[in-house]
Design a protein around this ligand. Structure first.
Ligand SMILES: [Zn+2]
Length: 277
């Protein structure tokens, strides 16, 4: 204590200077707090999109948590519009032409034939141009999946075709070690095959099951995909470069649980309210 007083005493001659420095420090501190709150306000997303992921629209399998009837799907799309959101396209988000946070992009995984009636009866009349994630090994196999002709027609109508692997494998670091050819097919061969058959670039990748490792993501990037989609939930910021990783963008996988759908809509509406504060 005594020593402390001595030190203080010894510094007395600089007291005025110290006080002045202290004032400057306090001012700097207050300024930095002010600036950080301004920075926070600036960081509040100004542009964002919610990306929803569907699978099948057969409506004949109540046990499946990812199968909707056409009517159930239409009801959800109407709810999106009723709540003030609008449908946007893959081109809108990659070209960064959107404003605001009330944007919704529809994606449909796996290439089931049930895409066709829901597209012509619901999506097209409502102006929805979805991203359709296809894995080439399944195309034309049996009656449940689309043919190349179907997919080309959808692409020509403005839908975006994404690669969903070649054979819908879990593309992990282990797969690269055990079956490098399979790993490569999923990322590189699928892209090439889709592009050859569609006659246009394929720039979006959708991880089968959402599964990936760091080496998966780096290969997807190296293969020339502009962006890639997961099934981790959250809003996607725009432009896409604002996200932590353009090759791991969030999507909401939509399941038949009404409660889950309500939760998603509640979150989306709350996100819009927070942004408008
Ligand atoms: Zn899939």
């Amino acid at each position: 204590m005594q020593r402390k007083n001595d030190i203080r005493g010894g510094l007395n001659i600089f007291e005025g200077m110290l006080l002045s420095r202290m004032n400057k420090l306090v001012t700097a501190l207050l300024l930095s707090i002010l600036l950080s709150s301004v920075a926070f306000a600036g960081a509040r997303p100004q542009k964002a999109v919610f990306i929803l992921c569907y699978h099948t629209f057969m409506g004949n399998n109540p046990k499946s948590t990812i199968d909707f009837s056409v009517d159930e799907f239409r009801a959800q799309m109407r709810e999106i519009i009723t709540n003030g959101f609008r449908f946007v396209t893959y081109r809108d988000i990659t070209n960064d032409t959107l404003t605001g946070v009330t944007n919704v992009l529809i994606t449909v995984d796996d290439g089931f034939k049930s895409m066709l009636p829901v597209y012509s009866n619901v999506m097209k009349p409502m102006g929805i141009q979805p991203v359709i994630a296809i894995y080439p090994a399944i195309i034309g196999v049996g009656s449940a999946f689309m043919t190349w002709k179907d997919i080309v027609a959808l692409a020509n109508d403005g839908c975006e075709i994404a690669s969903h692997g070649y054979n819908h494998e879990r593309i992990t670091a282990d797969l690269l070690l055990t079956s490098p050819k399979v790993f490569s097919n999923e990322i590189y061969r699928s892209k090439k095959m889709l592009e050859t058959n569609l006659g246009r670039p394929v720039t979006a990748f959708v991880y089968p099951y959402g599964v990936r490792s760091a080496v998966t993501v780096s290969n997807v990037r190296a293969a020339g995909y502009t962006c890639a989609f997961t099934i981790e939930r959250g809003a996607v910021l725009l432009p896409l470069s604002e996200n932590r990783d353009m090759h791991q963008l969030s999507r909401y996988m939509i399941i038949t649980s009404k409660k889950d759908w309500e939760n998603i809509m509640t979150y989306m509406k709350a996100f819009v309210r927070r942004t408008n504060i």
